[in-house]
Ligand binder design. Sequence first.
Ligand code: ADP
Ligand code: MG
Length: 210
Amino acid sequence: MSQGKFITVEGQDGAGKSTNVEVVKGKLTQQGISFIHTREPGGTEFGEKVRELLLNSGDEQLGDQAELLLIFAARAQHLKQVIQPAIARGDWVLCDRFTDATYAYQGAGRGLEHSTIETLENLIQGELRPDLTLLLDLPVEVGESRAGQRSKPDRFELQKLEFKQRVRDCYLARAALEPDRIKIVDASQSLEEVESSIVSAIDEFVVSSK
Ligand SMILES: Nc1ncnc2c1ncn2[C@@H]1O[C@H](COP(=O)(O)OP(=O)(O)O)[C@@H](O)[C@H]1O
Ligand SMILES: [Mg+2]
């Protein structure tokens, strides 16, 4: 039995990740691929508690380093309990956000060192990296307005536009460095157009994986 593939969906809040993950799921199902769908931060009971702490930490100001370590603690648990076993048994893993988000939010956004994140990435993940990342990209103002219409803003959605711009720029810079893995989808388009870009990217990836 060959190993499953690891697909992540990235992009700023309001880009359409949750909406379009459904398109990816439909495509994988149609192809007869067995997969699990999960998310970060979260994906395990422990991880979901961490998610709640990260998104709404209450009145106490959570420090950047505490935030980073919480994210990797949740990720370590997620990998061990869910992601690695799935890949090993041949299931594909579809994950809403992963370590690219850590480089974008905690690195570019908060200003933590790239090398610190890289050290933790290597420690926690070993050699494991996503096989395909769909980066839903759009102007920060558009993402902000979409996310604002959806729900009450969380700790990250409350950040100023400059923070969100650094997040977007970091995602795009990573995509430029790893064009084979990270596929940029223009998420400012209509849902139908975004959907069709995603379908093409998944089709191409499935064909190349066979
Ligand atoms: N291409 C699109 N055009 C218009 N609205 C969109 C589009 N994609 C998503 N939305 C809407 O924007 C909001 C945020 O989408 P969501 O999928 O929750 O984003 P994310 O998971 O990336 O934060 C939702 O209300 C969704 O219906
Ligand atoms: Mg979402």
